[in-house]
Design a protein around this ligand. Structure first.
Ligand SMILES: [Zn+2]
Length: 255
């Protein structure tokens, strides 16, 4: 289907971009991406994906907007405090680009609902803020053969890895198990510095655009780390681990 005159104007910078053009834009319009988490990482990722004209965007989050979120979760605004994050996100993204189909999932990701939620999408973005969800997304995506983009942030740092199950290293190939939970006497979680998830979430959106359009090289087999204080990106080779508990030769199916 041809782009409407309004769409041609909206996406003019993509349509005129050598190496991307109408072909790339059509691929974006045919694409379906689920973003798990509408917080610090999900905010920039969803903004850029909606702006870019992804055909269908899924948004998943079970939290409500809190005033302490607004220092970094730029998809939400002061009048949204108390609203479900998915409602706030859908309202903002709809005004940005009415051509994008938005599917809101106001629920928590669990081992029970993950497979059904992931099935309709081409790519999953891990924009969650806890290890349990990150390893759950990894294990379900690996079991389903579903490509996904892992990301994580701490106070001043971040990391990102794109995974094509069966072809490139998964999260457990690099970090077989989550780090131990902090001791109860450890200081309360602080940070991150607001722009850190902005950098990493934007990179996730770029990975999704490249994955769907087929342009460029993905961060498969490369864990890219970012140190915001030193202003340093470091690519780290991520090899598939034959002993990986998720995708290794002896891995047990998780379901
Ligand atoms: Zn693996």
């Amino acid at each position: 289907m041809a782009f409407s005159p309004e769409e041609r104007q909206r996406y003019a910078r993509h349509l005129d971009l050598p190496g991307f053009g109408g072909h790339g834009q059509e691929k974006l319009r045919a694409g379906r991406v689920l973003v798990v988490g509408c917080g610090g990482l999900g905010s920039p990722a969803l903004y850029y994906l909606a702006a870019a004209g992804i055909g269908r965007l899924g948004l998943m989050d079970s939290d409500r907007v809190d005033i302490s979120n607004l220092q970094r979760q730029i998809l939400h605004a002061t009048p949204d405090i108390g609203r479900p994050k998915t409602d706030s996100a859908v309202a903002r993204l709809r005004t940005l680009n009415p051509h994008v189909q938005l599917s809101a999932h106001n629920e928590r990701l669990t081992a029970e609902n993950a497979r059904e939620l992931f099935a309709p999408y081409d790519l999953i973005l891990d924009a969650t803020d806890n290890y349990a969800s990150k390893y759950l997304i990894n294990d379900v995506c690996v079991a389903m053969g579903k490509p996904f983009v892992h990301a994580g942030i701490s106070a001043f740092c971040g990391q990102i890895l794109t995974v094509r199950p069966g072809q490139s290293a998964c999260l457990r190939c690099v970090f077989p198990v989550p780090p131990p939970a902090p001791a109860p006497e450890a200081p309360a979680h602080a940070g991150p510095l607001g722009p850190i998830p902005g950098v990493i979430g934007s990179l996730q959106a770029l990975e999704a655009v490249k994955f769907l359009s087929g342009v460029g090289a993905l961060l498969t087999g490369t864990l890219l780390t970012y140190d915001g204080l030193e202003a340093e990106f470091t690519p780290v080779h991520a090899h598939r681990n034959p002993a990986c508990p998720a995708c290794g030769t002896g891995a047990q199916p998780k379901e």
